[in-house]
Design a protein around this ligand. Structure first.
Ligand SMILES: [Cu+2]
Length: 172
């Protein structure tokens, strides 16, 4: 719980290597992380650098997201963290690119297939690493509050197996 408290609710600091123009852009658009490291420059993101905002509308409401690297909506490497409240469920879905997941804190559960079935999922405690290949149908849920880190190649899109599960189709 200490770790979660440390990570939550703190601001994204400007990188030593980020250009001034880019800094302005990132304060306007919180869903943009630091640029990827280059041959000359490294990137360090500490928990205090993370800026948590509501997760994008493609995910069920209630989760927070922080971008660590890149821009998940654009082409290129990205790394984000997702903070899921207790009993958060992401119904069966696919992504056009592989999803690489590391459980940072708490416990998430992951299952494969087009039907949400807790009995068929695997409990994945802190430190677990999961790869969901591009196009593979899968689902997830949290046991208590959990933080996962997702990295992959953008653009990171989510397509629900059942369109009725897509929160973007829900009337708000
Ligand atoms: Cu997924």
């Amino acid at each position: 719980m200490k770790k979660i408290t440390l990570i939550v609710g703190i601001a994204l600091a400007a990188s030593l290597v980020t250009l001034a123009a880019e800094e302005k852009e990132s304060t306007k658009a919180p869903l943009k992380g630091k640029s990827s490291a280059t041959a000359e420059q490294h990137v360090i993101v500490t928990p205090a650098d993370l800026k948590w905002v509501d997760a994008p509308p493609g995910l069920p409401p209630g989760a927070k997201m922080a971008v660590l690297e890149g821009d998940p909506t654009k082409k290129g490497n990205f790394t984000v963290r997702l903070q899921a409240p207790a009993d958060y469920k992401v119904p069966p879905h696919t992504h056009p690119t592989a999803e690489h997941i590391t459980v940072i804190s708490g416990t998430m559960n992951f299952g494969a297939g087009e039907k949400f079935d807790e009995a068929a999922g695997k409990e994945s405690p802190m430190g677990s690493y999961v790869i969901m290949p591009a196009g593979m149908k899968h689902y997830a849920w949290s046991s208590g509050e959990a933080i996962i880190q997702i990295h992959g190649m953008g653009p990171f899109e989510i397509k629900y197996v059942n369109p009725a599960d897509d929160p973007r189709n829900a009337k708000r």
